[in-house]
Ligand binder design. Structure first.
Ligand code: NAD
Ligand code: WQD
Length: 339
């Protein structure tokens, strides 16, 4: 089967393309390189032993997208392509709504007219906001996200539910918790452009001396050590969940399917625990200072991922330390490329 992977040169997309290729799917990537680099295509080929078809264009360009659907018999899509910087989305809300939602709708229009099913959407735990109870399961009420980015994820979910219902299609909404780590080969990983916002890239750059010290945003939360708690999920485990979710959609005899899964480890880790785990895993020091809380941050979020285990036969397998070890190997690889 042939799967369109949008954003397939990005962080989670590239790891998922490798898993799809390993499972004998044909892959067509559309990625405009707005947050990724072309060398990742070579890395995918090195890791998977196969080179996916690649089209470098913006999914907002409907006519180019239509040509891809004309040229290939596409059986499904995993839609990673989106802008994802929470802070930036507050400054440029229209860019976020335009990019994340127009891209999605353009693909769905092609799905509609060509009668294609099997659509997987990258959603986020951000749709739950600060949940009233932990762990968070799929029935936990959604809250209005703080950021325009988060709102594009909630809206994307609604668009897909309506699409699946109106046109009898199969969709899977995957709510990722906090993806971390890199491929064990150190050939694929996250490419932070500019100063990282996310914790693990910042920790990594601090350990390597690019940043002087990590700012820990608050130690006065109501958690065991006072720092905020998240569910850090290893990116290769996450990538494998996409293959399982896709296989389930394909195998389903129902016309209409709306699957929703939390993808996390089920375990919460505090910021200080992440720092310590990074130091232990890599035998390096991460200097840090405690700062004021970051605006919009929640105290705690970790998944109940039992539904994915029961229905997809998937669960996270990789420890925090192991994931952080791969991050460090990836950082060293990036530095060797730049030197
Ligand atoms: P990423 O930025 O590394 O990958 C996204 C890719 O999409 C990039 O390669 C970018 O160039 C491409 N892209 C963006 N807009 C495009 C467009 N209009 N046309 C074509 N290509 C376009 O991000 P990621 O971390 O791999 O995230 C993948 C998806 O998962 C995103 O939808 C993101 O919102 C979602 N998500 C990410 C996280 C996270 O923390 N990384 C958490 C939850 C959900
Ligand atoms: C984790 C913890 C920070 C950086 C974001 C998005 C969310 C989702 C995942 C896409 C927090 C603390 C961080 C630093 C720190 N993405 N921290 N110093 O905020 O859980 O979620 O990414 O859907 O939508 O909001 O992740 O990695 O930014 O932060 O102390 O330099 O680390 O305060 O407690 P977050 P994060």
């Amino acid at each position: 089967m042939t799967i369109l992977v949008t954003g397939g040169l990005g962080y989670i997309g590239s790891h998922t393309v490798v898993e799809l290729l390993k499972n004998n799917f044909q892959v067509i990537i559309v990625d405009d390189l707005s947050n990724s680099e072309k060398f990742i295509l070579d890395s995918i080929e090195k890791v998977a032993g196969k080179r996916p078809v690649f089209f470098p264009f913006d999914l907002k360009r409907k006519e180019l997208l239509s040509q891809v659907f004309d040229a290939y018999q596409i059986d499904g899509c995993i839609n990673f392509a989106a802008y994802k910087a929470v802070g930036e989305s507050q400054e440029k809300p229209l860019d976020y709504y335009e990019n994340n939602l127009f891209s999605l709708i353009n693909i769905l229009q092609e799905f509609k007219v060509r009668n294609i099913s099997n659509f997987i959407f990258s959603s986020s735990c951000t749709v739950y906001g600060q949940a009233d109870e932990q762990p968070i399961d799929e029935n936990t009420p959604l809250k209005t996200p703080e950021s325009s980015y988060g709102k594009t994820k909630q809206m994307g979910e609604e668009i897909l539910k309506d699409f699946a219902t109106a046109h009898q299609r199969k969709v899977s909404l995957l709510r990722y918790f906090n993806p971390i780590g890199a491929h064990p080969t150190a050939l694929l990983g996250e490419l932070p452009i500019g100063v990282p916002n996310n914790l693990v890239p910042y920790v990594t750059q601090t350990a390597s001396g690019i940043r002087e010290k990590l700012n820990i945003w608050g130690n006065d939360y109501e958690t065991e050590d006072g720092t905020a708690v998240r569910d850090y999920i290893y990116v290769v485990d996450l990538a494998k969940a996409h293959v399982k979710a896709l296989q389930k959609l394909i195998a389903s005899n129902e016309d209409t399917v709306i699957d929703i899964y939390n993808l996390g480890t089920g375990k919460g880790s505090s910021v200080l625990e992440v720092v310590e785990a990074f130091e232990t895993a890599n035998d390096v020091k991460v200097p840090y200072q405690i700062c004021e809380r970051r605006a919009g941050d929640i105290t705690i979020a970790y998944a109940n991922a039992d539904k994915a285990e029961k229905e997809l036969g998937w669960k996270a397998e990789t420890s925090l330390e192991e994931a952080l070890r791969t991050t460090w190997e990836w950082q060293k690889y990036l530095e060797s490329r730049n030197s």
